[in-house]
Design a protein around this ligand. Structure first.
Ligand code: SAM
Ligand code: DTB
Ligand code: SF4
Length: 390
């Protein structure tokens, strides 16, 4: 794992002051002051919690970070005003929040593995794994536990701190052997000392509790877009179904990973509406994946034109400000971003990526490309949460 060559120069607080040493913490009042919008016409951004400034950054755990809760009363108008700021202003504000709430110069590396691929009954218009579309993705059965743990070991060796496993399911079958196998995978990944995340579709209470008991760190369940636009993208389930599973996961004490996709023909209001729904969840999500659509031929969205990278930068910055304690994950679509565009996203507050040359079925930058990017930018990988090996 790369170690950051931390500069000896004193760190600058978002409030403009300097910290004499790396262990110093600002009070929560300092953080609030530092991150309040300066412009009277803008919504204020209040960050609570003691996690300001200069901790031993790359070791700050996901759990401690999620204690930095943001506001739960965002309106669409406030969020839109923020999103539409001149980009330099938006970046400046996002940097202030980022420096006050997140480990500095650290990026979480999450490896992703499709443990069960294709033949999904759902009709998500973006997804190459839906059985409704002819995308050339070959259906594969659930992987063996030993093979999955082998991949997790490789990911850990390459520098990942979180291992995410995705299954092309509407929901896991109740009482199935497959679900028991997934629980074994979760236990195995945690025993390696990695954080474990799964995305398996909708869950019931019992399945959620079993995942919690297996030691699951986080559950990924994306809202994907606004409630208003959702019906244009998926018809086989409702927005409420998504929110219900997210609520179950949170109630069981599992960290929620929830975000969405841009570039599906949605309006800016839809993007902002999704962020408002995410920000107003209590607790706010622990991680927020921001995906750019990977337009896969054969899906209804196969002809969508790529989103401009600056739109991704805006989403990352707005998410950072509205959901200050979250890891904002620059997710799908990174393979078509320049290094410079990725760095702008990091400046905007993204501090997590999928690490490894494959997402679920599509491509992603390889390990060397990402490690070189981090090295050249002076960034270092975030270590797993301290309880990941317990
Ligand atoms: N079946 C589960 C579910 O839908 O929650 C888990 C797997 S699903 C592939 C996980 C997420 O991947 C989706 O919610 C969506 O946000 C993202 N995704 C899928 N296809 C994508 C694409 N072509 N481009 C960008 N993101 C995509
Ligand atoms: C998320 O938000 N993005 C990841 C992960 N969570 C599961 C998936 C991206 C999938 C991109 C299309 C594919 O590779 O099939
Ligand atoms: Fe199935 Fe998930 Fe793909 Fe939708 S996004 S088709 S639920 S794998």
């Amino acid at each position: 794992m790369i170690r950051s060559a931390r500069a000896a120069a004193p760190a600058i607080h978002a409030s403009g002051g300097t910290a004499a040493n790396e262990g110093e913490r600002s009070s929560s009042r300092d953080v609030t002051a530092a991150t309040e919008a300066r412009d009277e016409s803008m919504p204020s951004v209040k960050v609570q919690g003691p996690y300001a400034g200069n901790l031993a950054y790359s070791r700050l755990s996901a759990r401690t970070s999620s204690m930095t809760e943001g506001r739960n009363d965002w309106t669409k108008e406030q969020a839109r005003a923020l999103h539409d700021l001149p980009l330099t202003d938006l970046l400046f504000r996002a940097q202030q929040v980022h420096r006050a709430t997140q480990p500095r110069d650290a990026v979480q590396l999450c490896s992703l593995l499709s443990i069960k691929t294709g033949a999904c009954q759902e009709d998500c218009s973006y997804c190459p794994q839906s059985s409704k579309y002819d995308t050339g993705v070959e259906a594969e059965r659930l992987m063996d536990v030993a093979d999955v743990l082998g991949k997790a070991r490789e990911a850990q060796k390459a520098g990942a701190s979180r291992f995410c496993m995705g299954a092309a399911w509407r929901s896991p079958k109740k009482g199935s052997r497959q679900f028991q196998q997934v629980l074994e995978m979760v236990r195995g990944v945690r025993e390696l000392g990695l954080e474990a995340c799964v995305t398996l579709g909708m869950l019931d209470d019992e399945q959620t509790q079993e995942l919690k008991d297996a030691g699951l760190t986080a559950y990924n369940h994306n809202l994907d877009t606004s409630e208003e636009y959702y019906g244009e993208i998926v018809t086989t389930r409702t927005y409420k179904d998504r929110l219900d599973t997210i609520a179950r996961v949170a109630a069981a004490g599992i960290s929620v990973c929830a975000g969405g996709i841009i570039g599906m023909g949605e309006s800016i209001d839809d993007r902002v509406g999704m962020l408002v729904t995410l920000a107003n969840l209590s607790p706010q999500p622990e991680s927020v994946p921001v995906n750019a659509l990977v337009a896969v031929p054969g899906t209804p969205l196969g002809d969508q034109k790529p989103v401009d990278s600056l739109e991704l930068v805006r989403m990352c910055a707005t998410a950072r400000i509205m959901i200050p304690g979250a890891r904002v994950r620059l997710s799908a679509g990174r393979a078509s971003l320049s290094r410079e565009a990725q760095l702008l996203c990091f400046m905007a507050g993204a501090n997590s990526v999928f690490f490894g040359d494959k997402l679920l079925t599509t491509g992603n930058p390889d390990h060397d490309a990402d490690l070189n990017l981090l090295r050249d930018a002076g960034l270092s990988p975030l270590e797993p949460a301290s309880d990941a090996a317990e």
